[in-house]
Design a binder for this molecule. Sequence first.
Ligand SMILES: Nc1ncnc2c1ncn2[C@@H]1O[C@H](COP(=O)(O)OP(=O)(O)OP(=O)(O)O)[C@@H](O)[C@H]1O
Length: 309
Amino acid sequence: MRIKIVNLNKVYPGGKKALKDLNLEIEPGMFGLLGPNGAGKTSLMRIMTLLQSCTSGTIYFDNYDIAKDRKAIRSLLGYLPQDFRFFEKLKTWEFLDYGAGLAGIKGKQHRAEVVDEMLRKVGLFEVRDRWANRLSGGMKRRLGIAQAIIGNPKVIIVDEPTTGLDPEERIRFRNILSDISDKDSIIILSTHIVGDISSTCKKLALLNRGELKFEGSPDEMIDLARGKVWEIFVTDMEYEEIKDKYPIISTIPTDGGMEIQVVADAIDGYSHKAIEPNLEHAYVYYMDYLLKDKMNMQVEAIKENELFK
Ligand SMILES: Nc1ncnc2c1ncn2[C@@H]1O[C@H](COP(=O)(O)OP(=O)(O)OP(=O)(O)O)[C@@H](O)[C@H]1O
């Protein structure tokens, strides 16, 4: 399975451009879609899952085109939306049985076996008779992923799955995703939580304001931030000054001051040393760099306007 996004645009009524000429190829494996709030991730997921239309461009799932082959594409897809909700008055197993039916799994006995196997896989077998809407937040999310993956879809799309989960549930959720990833299927994980991607995805794309800003492996993204992440020792007074100068990633109080991590092209003054970046550092560096880029563009636009006065 391969997904090819070609010149994709989404303009909402009222003129908001949520996706701008997006081109992207996604290969089998776990793929991370990273971006801040409003980047366009949900719009892209909803277009991919045929829940909303695009304004122009298209997406291919192998040779199937979202504009023409909707039925075939629907049968390839499993989706866990951001605002996943449960039907009232269904037990955990009933809910999944319903999902299995929608996924085309036929025969009551066979379906019951598939459902039980899936409940075991996501650690919900013990609570199979509990009302689904009474499960804990983490359990609900696991039931959500279970309904998305039942029937072995070739493309699994998961939107912001770990928001609000405690660290243990987050790790559990990631492990479920890693376990189901096989060599031909694609799992797309949309998130603004960098940690979800660094530990699971081979490739990622970074969206910002509807535009693709980076595409590659987590290591390639980290390379961009090499030599741009610094540890600085500052006094309390210096801290006040420095927090307006550089994006701060972490702060640890120490004797007589603070040890802080910042991203910047260079540090002027202070007691500092470069440190090895991780993906979170790279993300902050990249977003800050994009922001500056935008500010420079605004400054240039203002200058141009002044020229025409
Ligand atoms: N139905 C809509 N009508 C108008 N504008 C919309 C609509 N849905 C989304 N938008 C706008 O399109 C942009 C992209 O939104 P989208 O939800 O795709 O981003 P996102 O990356 O998923 O962000 P979040 O993490 O906040 O959900 C935002 O500016 C949003 O306000």
